[in-house]
Design a protein around this ligand. Structure first.
Ligand SMILES: [Zn+2]
Length: 145
């Protein structure tokens, strides 16, 4: 049985390496934008987005349901609340700050929930995200012409 703290540490370890949702996101973006330059975990971009597409000025973050308090699965641990709640609140504030700061730099920010990058949901997400990227490419090309 894991305590909340154990669970958090376990999740942060998983989080620190390329996790399945992040890899799923990368695969979708690469498949949707073949031959485009795509940067993964670029530290040159605020917030170190999982994906950054320089020609689209687009940053995409795969958001863990627990860490980023997903409205569907974002449970608040009921023990160690003094430890967890401020931590989770701080994550939300950081996401918000990062998003606003990137937008001020003219960078678009997309957040994709971890639950949309799971085996059950990935196919639907692939279709939606591919369309969204296609629209974005269209907008950027139109602006450039
Ligand atoms: Zn979720």
């Amino acid at each position: 049985m894991f305590t909340d703290r154990d669970r958090g540490e376990l999740m942060s370890r998983i989080r620190s390496s390329g996790t399945a949702p992040e890899l799923a996101l990368e695969r979708i973006v690469r498949a949707s934008l073949p031959r485009w330059k795509i940067e993964c975990n670029s530290r040159a971009i605020l917030g170190t987005p999982d994906i950054y597409v320089p020609s689209l000025k687009l940053a995409i973050f795969a958001q863990g349901c627990f860490w980023h308090s997903c409205p569907v699965h974002g449970t608040r641990p009921s023990s160690n609340t003094d430890y967890w709640w401020p931590k989770l609140e701080a994550n939300l504030r950081r996401d918000d700050r990062t998003q606003r700061a990137l937008r001020r730099q003219g960078i678009s920010v997309w957040f994709i929930w971890e639950h949309d990058l799971r085996a059950k949901t990935i196919a639907t997400t692939h279709v939606k995200l591919a369309k969204r990227l296609e629209r974005r490419v269209g907008v950027v090309r139109e602006r450039a012409s």
